[in-house]
Design a protein around this ligand. Structure first.
Ligand SMILES: Nc1nc2c(ncn2[C@@H]2O[C@H](COP(=O)(O)OP(=O)(O)OP(=O)(O)O)[C@@H](O)[C@H]2O)c(=O)[nH]1
Ligand SMILES: [Mg+2]
Length: 454
């Protein structure tokens, strides 16, 4: 463990809003004495010294050396043990001028504050018991959410949905551990027959399996999905790309080989963030630029979550694309489209989805199929606890393994003091999820991914 030493006793300062010119910006401070220090460089010193928790106070920030007014501001005051960090802290609402912000932050550093590291405010909230690790993880998820759904799911986690579920599981396991400990302490009372509530363990396993089943959904909303539009030249890829984007981003023409390099953009499919790619049409070519474009198409297809393959419905499957098409058919994340079905006499064969970008036919069916492939039949929860953290998933899986080992050991008549180790390990996994058991490595891993100022 090298770098992680967030000291919770000193004074930290950071800009919580982006380093960019803006109407307003917020500078945040935290640590014992931060209110008094802020008051030292505030026109209405006494107002701030006597300010109540959660109050807003108007005045000017002063240069600590010259007394010059640096900005007209509002200062929010938060008093320990309340507020986000659980420590005394202030937030300075100032004008978003970059030189102005720099001056104010330097001013704070001149009076004993240091720059906060990434996630240090949230780390202080965790260290002072204001939130467990599942909630801390949710904070960054909210900041980086790419869609309404991702933001709502993160908000559920921040309000403690995962923590509450884990605590319920812990209670069930603790129930069993207590019974085992009584057995180990007073074995003769049961005449050698150990009674251990296995039902509780089974119930705990069911709850963990339930949480694990939400992981795919959680990741989909968190990271999004890579979707590639591929097919021969002139099949209608760029037209479909533009339809998804609702703008004329990609050039459409009847000339074969119009798209030479790929284009990409983010769209939302019912709240799922989709990174969609329009690609160069696949065909034999002697043009070096086009050959490079086709190579890039192949690379993008190799890394796609879903490949939407368009066949020009007015021409049908061409013999030179049969090999590619048959290979793709083997992939589970493949959607074959028959394009231009608005043209008279063109209709999609049985195993194709028909589409017309010109008349907007077949789009809802295509979107439905994309959702099916994305969620792979997983339940899409509403207002529920959904995990999206790999850390939490790994620990839940480990916990499940330990619980099963414990139950098998019990069934096989293994000595109680030995199987007890398994169930205690299961409990430790849950403790790691919420953060009662933790190491600097885990904390560094988590908080180093945060924004500065959060
Ligand atoms: N009738 C009809 N024509 C379409 C439809 N979609 C695309 N086209 C036409 O087909 C031609 C090719 O469309 P594009 O979207 O440029 O095709 P592409 O697959 O991107 O082609 P390349 O970039 O050359 O690989 C254009 O003339 C489009 O107007 C459709 O749904 N119906
Ligand atoms: Mg194109």
């Amino acid at each position: 463990m090298k770098n992680f030493n967030y000291d919770t006793d000193d004074l930290v300062v950071a800009l919580a809003t982006p380093w960019a010119e803006s109407a307003l910006a917020i500078i945040r401070t935290s640590g014992k004495g931060s209110i008094e220090r802020t008051a030292d460089i505030f026109t209405n010193r006494d107002t701030l010294l006597n300010a109540k928790h959660n109050s807003m106070n108007y005045g000017f920030i002063l240069d600590s050396k010259t007394g010059e007014r640096l900005d007209e501001v509002l200062v929010a005051v938060f008093r320990a043990p309340n507020g986000y960090t659980g420590q005394d802290s202030t937030e300075i609402y100032c004008h978003g001028s970059l030189p102005g912000l720099k001056k104010i932050i330097d001013n704070f550093k001149n009076i004993g504050f240091r720059n906060a590291s990434p996630g240090e405010f949230t780390f202080r909230a965790f260290a002072s018991g204001k939130m467990d690790l599942t909630r801390a993880e949710a904070v960054q998820d909210i900041v980086s959410a790419k869609s309404n759904e991702a933001q709502s799911l993160a908000l559920n986690r921040l309000s403690g949905k995962i923590e509450n579920k884990i605590n319920e599981v812990k209670k069930l396991i603790l129930n069993t551990i207590s019974a085992i400990e009584i057995q180990l302490d007073y074995p003769e009372d049961e005449g050698g027959l150990a009674y251990v509530p296995i039902d509780s363990v089974l119930k705990a396993e069911g709850m963990i399996e339930g949480l694990l089943s939400t992981y795919t959904t959680g990741r989909v909303y968190k990271d999004g999905v890579k979707v590639v539009l591929a097919g021969k030249t002139n099949a209608g890829k760029s037209s479909l790309f533009n339809l998804f984007l609702r703008e004329d981003r990609s050039i459409v023409s009847e000339v074969h080989g119009t798209t030479r390099d790929y284009l990409e953009s983010w769209i939302s499919l019912g709240g799922i963030p989709i990174r969609i790619f329009d690609t160069a049409g696949l065909r034999e070519s002697t043009d070096s630029v086009e050959i490079e474009g086709i190579k890039r198409t192949q690379n993008i297809m190799d890394n796609a979550d879903i490949i939407i393959y368009l066949v020009d419905g007015s021409l049908g499957l061409a013999s030179e694309e049969l090999d590619t098409f048959n290979k793709l058919k083997e992939e589970s994340s493949f959607i074959p489209l028959w394009s231009k079905i608005d043209i008279e006499g063109v209709s999609a064969p049985a195993d194709f989805y028909g589409i017309s970008t010109q008349n907007h036919i077949g789009v809802p069916e295509l979107e439905e199929r994309m959702k099916e492939l994305i969620f792979k039949g997983n339940y899409i929860p509403n207002n529920d606890a959904v995990i999206d953290s790999e850390r939490q998933k790994d620990l839940l899986e480990k916990c499940l393994i330990e619980l099963r080992l414990f139950r098998n050991g019990m069934a096989d008549g293994v000595a109680l003091d030995l199987v007890a180790q398994d169930i205690k390990e299961a409990m430790d996994c849950l403790g790691e999820i919420t953060g009662e058991i933790t190491t600097d490595d885990i904390l560094e891993n988590m908080f180093s991914n945060f924004c500065v100022g959060k």
